[in-house]
Ligand binder design. Sequence first.
Ligand SMILES: NC(=O)C[C@H](N)C(=O)O
Length: 326
Amino acid sequence: MVKKILVLHTGGTIAMSEDENGAVAPGAENPLNQFKNPFGSEYELLIENIFNIPSPHMGPAEMLQLKKRIMDAYEKDQIDGVVITHGTDTLEETAYFLDLTVPLKIPIVLTGAMRSANEIGSDGLYNFKTAILTAASPEARGMGVLVVMNDEIHTARYVTKTHTTNVATFRTPTFGPIGLILRDEVRFFEKLLHHVSLPIDQVVDHVYLFKAYAGMDPELLEMAATSKTNGVVIEALGAGNLPPRVLSALEKLLALKIPVVLVSRSFNGIAQEVYAYPGGGVQLKQMGVTFCHGLNGQKARIKLLVGLSAGLSGKELATFVSEAIS
Ligand SMILES: NC(=O)C[C@H](N)C(=O)O
């Protein structure tokens, strides 16, 4: 049976080249257009250049456009899988957005490159090839959105970019990858236990992300306490604690019924209500802060944004946002 794979190119380093001074930028032609299908007639690739942007230019509106394109192709073209090529800087956010909003079992795989098309050791075409193999793999069905880079398969929910330039940049802290590519063979060794998706057809804005630090100043958080703000995520300290100086700003946000979501700024582990000192997790929980277990700040922000965009509020929103380990 022929595998029909929808390929959506969005830009990023994988679609860029280096000039004689070493500066990397998109050229007149996307180098991915040169890709010759190495799989023969077993694979039918439906290739579209949906955007050609570096991933710092990607936002929820473009993510929603990708989601709509996938749904449309699924209904009209009976696709078996999807590959999205993407800049690596915000790849994890687009991947998680799609994970939360596309209610399909077909494999959806994101990939990118750390070295542009004409650099020595360029990883783009190789990652693209392995992403296609994964998207065509029956074992990848029902695993949520996946990120394939450097011969590893990661879940959209937990993967994160950990290095500015190294090709082994994508990692899953605490848990590790769920599969590997071994010389053209796709092997999974973990299963996704639980997967939720919410139907949305618009995205809200003004969902902010803050990072806590020793002696954190309250002014920026206070500025977010306005009726325009839809939600706030804070990357808290350690197990989930904040400096007491910001507590009055938190009270102002919560009094305005603005959801405040807490994750840890630590690379491994999860935020939990452990400490009972002023600003500790126990107090934050009592104040009405929602603990999000296991996501990093940028993913918790995507989850909050998706929940709000689906019209969730109060307890329902808090439950949706907090349940990340399952
Ligand atoms: N490696 C990359 O793709 C990084 C690039 N700045 C991007 O995200 O578009």
